[in-house]
Design a protein. Sequence first.
Length: 105
Amino acid sequence: MSNDRSDAGGYMGWFLFGALLGAGVALLMTPKTGAQARELLAERGGEVARRAQEFANEAQGRAGEWLDKSRELFEEQTQRLMSAFEAGRDAMREEIQRGSTESRG
C-alpha cells in the first residue's frame, strides 16, 4: 500500500513539473514585445529555475531512498535463499549418511 502512495506522489510531482513547463511555454508564446517578454522572463526565470532545482533534488533523494530499499530487499532475499540452500544441502547429506548406514546394517 505504501507503494501506491509513493506512486501517487511521483505522479503529482510530474504533474506539477508539467504545469510549470506549460506555464513557461505559455509565457513564451504570449503576444508581447521582445523587451516585455525578456523582462518577464528575467523576473520569473529565477523562480522557475529554483523550483525546477528543488524538484530535481527531491526526485534525486527519492531515487536514492528507493535504491537503498531495493538493495536491502535484495540482500535479505539473498540471505534467505542461501539459508534455504544450506538447509537443503545439510538435509541431503543427512539422508545420504542415513541411507549408507542402513544399507550396511
